[in-house]
Design a protein around this ligand. Structure first.
Ligand code: PLP
Length: 370
């Protein structure tokens, strides 16, 4: 008789639920027999501008080299990032998406008997990487939907090795300021690696959101993770990075798969970093789209959680699942967040003006049906 391979999985894995991605456009098109071109997807915090032409050109150029392994050290991209981020090259870790960085941290620093601390309503990947290596996920109740940093601090013990904090957080969009971050970092014991996940930082620049890089020199137990998936518009290519001390980067490098970032992604990320206009246009579109959605919510009498990201959680004051389903039938894909402990909210990624309008019209229609 063969073994029960679910029961044989390590206990942390048995208790995990797999990550639930946003519904793909083609899947909805197949299910409802809709024209994929008419479907609006505002579900995965992707950049609505599409890829930058400069990035596409860089990828095309790289295609000729597809038979070769990529540069496993990512020298060119790391050099660019080191310069941008005012760190040494030895402090940069490249990842297959910043998700990879989170996994490397867990693999290198967590194990059964140890724990990671993170917030309720925080990014779904934190429990996955933590429990996948058999460590305890210590989830701290949120405060006004955001991180309760003092409570997270209080939850740290001798077995804590990692704290994951996202600023701004996904899916809530909530954020904390420089003073709160500084106080937190000052009080975190030195044996705890603080992973500051800044996946949306490019959208928040210039506001009251702290720049994690400003804290790297003072706190050797800080790792800042960032990504090309969101503001840089390269979600499909899977490329992100971590910035830390050279010691932490060296440790992560030991567990990294040798060619974790492919050559097209490396070339694209380099081109994206140099394309300031694309980033600026993305920010502008995001800001006006955020206003557009909030105005729409106001007109529908709906509340929302203030957000610094490229997405916003609307409060439907009722179970959101039927509304989500109604929106699908209208050809609009948004993101349910019941699995994040938010059954009355939907998370909407800011789209182009016409996409935002399509969503708002569909929402009004679905809500009117009751
Ligand atoms: C999207 C996201 C990431 C990672 O995305 P990658 O595509 O793996 O770089 C990390 N953290 C948060 C909070 C996110 O929303």
């Amino acid at each position: 008789m063969s073994g029960n391979f679910l029961a044989l999985a390590q206990p942390g894995v048995q208790q995990l639920s797999p990550y639930v991605p946003g519904k793909p456009v083609d899947e909805l098109a197949r299910e409802l027999n809709l024209d994929p071109a008419k479907i609006v997807k505002l579900a995965s915090n992707e950049n609505p501008l599409g890829p930058s032409p400069k990035v596409l050109a860089a990828i095309r150029e790289e295609l000729a080299e597809l038979t070769r392994y990529p540069d496993g050290n990512g020298f060119v991209l790391k050099s660019l990032l080191a310069e941008r981020c005012r760190v040494e090259l030895s402090q940069v870790t490249l990842g297959n998406g910043s998700n990879d960085i989170l996994e490397l941290v867990a693999r290198a620093y967590l194990a059964p008997g140890l724990n990671a601390v993170f917030s309720e309503h925080a990014f779904a990947v934190y429990p996955i990487v933590t429990q996948a290596v058999g460590a305890e996920a210590r989830v701290i109740a949120a405060r006004d939907w955001g991180h309760d940093l003092p409570a997270m601090l209080a939850a740290i013990d001798a077995q804590t090795r990692v704290v994951f904090i996202a600023n701004p957080n996904n899916p809530t969009g909530t954020w904390f300021g420089a003073d709160a971050l500084n106080e937190f970092l000052q009080d975190v014991p030195g044996h705890v690696l603080v992973v500051l996940d800044e996946a949306y930082i490019e959208y928040a620049e210039g506001g009251d959101l702290p720049d994690g890089l400003d804290f790297l020199a003072a706190y050797p137990n800080l790792l800042v993770s960032r990504t090309f998936s969101k503001a840089y518009g390269l979600a499909s290519l899977r490329v992100g990075y971590g910035l830390s001390t050279a010691v932490v980067a060296d440790v992560l490098n030991r567990v990294r798969q040798p060619f974790n970032v492919n050559s097209l992604a490396l070339a694209a990320a380099c081109a994206a970093l140099k394309d300031a206009e694309y980033l600026e246009e993305g920010r502008r579109i995001n800001e006006s789209g955020m206003q557009q959605l909030q105005q729409g919510f106001r007109e529908l009498g709906l509340g929302w959680i203030a957000s610094k990201g490229n997405f916003i959680c609307v409060d439907l004051a009722q179970e959101a699942a039927p509304v989500f389903q109604g929106l699908l039938r209208e050809g609009v894909i948004v993101r349910p967040v019941a699995n994040y402990g938010m059954p009355n909210h939907l998370r909407i990624t800011i789209g182009l003006p016409a996409e935002n309008s399509r969503f708002l019209e569909a929402l009004a229609k679905v809500l009117a049906r009751g």
